[in-house]
Design a protein around this ligand. Sequence first.
Ligand code: PLP
Length: 396
Amino acid sequence: MYNEKMIGLGSKRSVIRELFEYGKKRAAEVGADKVYDYSLGNPSVPAPACVNKTIKQILDSRPSVAVHGYTSAQGDLSTRKAIAEYTNERFGCRVTADDFYMTCGAAASLTITLNALHEEGDEIVAIAPFFPEYRVFSEAAGYKLVVSRPIDGTLQPDPKDLSRIITPHTKAVILNSPNNPSGVVYTEESVKAVCALLQKKSAEFGRPIFIICDEPYREIVYDGVSVPYLPNYYDDVVVCYSFSKSLSLPGERIGYVMVNPKCKDARLLYAAVCGAGRALGYVCAPSLMQAVIEKVVRAETDVAAYKKNRDLLQGGLEEIGYTCVKPDGAFYLFVKSLEPDAGAFSDRAKEYGLLLVPGDDFCAPGYVRLAYCVSHEMIERSMPAFRALFESYRAR
Ligand code: PLP
């Protein structure tokens, strides 16, 4: 009687959510100070002060009906203009307001883009490890999701593996850098190799293979590492951006799709984005937030706080003997499980109060993800538990 697929999706919580709920229950039983919850990617740094200030200014100075009213379906022109100007300044490109479609965050940007690009029989390529919702979004839009293995150890995209799995059915490759769950930033060398391969394959198959650039973590990088801006390397790119992490606004649901004007038939693709937004009911992103973003588009988050957490966690774990993937960005640390089954490792970690997400759901068995967007003090307190967990494996 009802949609079986949707019942399946709605009845099963993600492993991340399961762990988070378990953590709350466990904290009530044994005390919050004995639970070290590394499960959820909720920013721990407050939004920059200018965000709240701007919200107040807008509420105090504009008529309520205007502030809370509908905007254009694709978003307010003045907001899109402000983002386009900033993008041009920052990346030296030439985009206009008409290339942008405002959305309710990166999740909506991705579903809109996937629906806009879809034709019967198409496939989407995701590079492991990847955000588990890519599978949900791609399959719901009618694609088969195909997984490419990364280069062992560095977790950079592997052009050889990509070359093996790209077919005339491949519509797009999703690139997510800085990466959730690994924290890896794709190097310029990797990006150039992927672009060269896709260019070659597009020419061979006589149709463009798109890059969907999922970049909610673009601004969260450390030690001067830079994130290559894909539209400067490849024409057929759609950028899915979000202010959820960069400005710590995940609950406000605000982001955008940007169709690179150099895409093949870019105006048609932009029309398809508007159409997909309409078909999915994602028109007119939150209007107050659009007005805020117009004013704070240049604001920066306090990356130093995340870096301090990363250094403490990575340094502490490596000193104990754990192996970590080099984390250049986002706020996740990917750590090698101490046994082949990361689910079993995560279960054992729970006995020590440590909530670590097994990598299997990210298509990366043998690893666990630690979201270090938590208090610095919790990381400090958790170190003896990590040591005890490590020792328990030595004793086996
Ligand atoms: N893409 C990745 C890689 C993410 O990690 C997330 C959220 O955690 C999203 C997309 C969705 O972001 P948003 O909250 O802006 O919808």
